[in-house]
Design a protein around this ligand. Structure first.
Ligand code: FES
Length: 111
């Protein structure tokens, strides 16, 4: 089990933040959805066609992730919230033991 920390946008008061403990071998999106983490919509279920699983990955983990594929980069053009240098689609992040303690900021909106 690894711990993943979700941080809500500062203007958000819905409580969409917290820490989940989850298994490796799944995507960050799958772990978030299984934990009912508000703020991760994942409308396409991980098919890389919706961009509603957008997160901002904090260091030190952001630079340790494999770079986004061309398809992920293409979908990152369609995020509802602003795209930042550390924007990633959580369905494309495979959870490994090395990501224990990962912290991601949730965007203000997924739609
Ligand atoms: Fe749709 Fe990630 S869940 S792009």
């Amino acid at each position: 089990m690894i711990a993943i920390h979700f941080v809500a946008p500062s203007e958000d008061s819905s409580g969409s933040e917290g820490t989940i403990h989850c298994k490796t071998g799944q995507s960050l999106m799958q772990a978030a959805v299984a934990a009912n983490m508000a703020g991760i919509e994942a409308d396409c279920g991980g098919l890389l066609t919706c961009a509603t699983c957008h997160v901002y990955v904090r260091e030190p983990h952001a630079s340790q992730l494999p770079p986004p594929s061309a398809d992920e980069l293409g979908m990152l053009a369609f995020t509802a919230a602003e795209r930042r240098p550390n924007s990633r689609l959580s369905c494309q992040i495979d959870l490994t033991q090395a990501l224990d303690g990962l912290t991601v900021d949730l965007p203000a909106s997924q739609h």
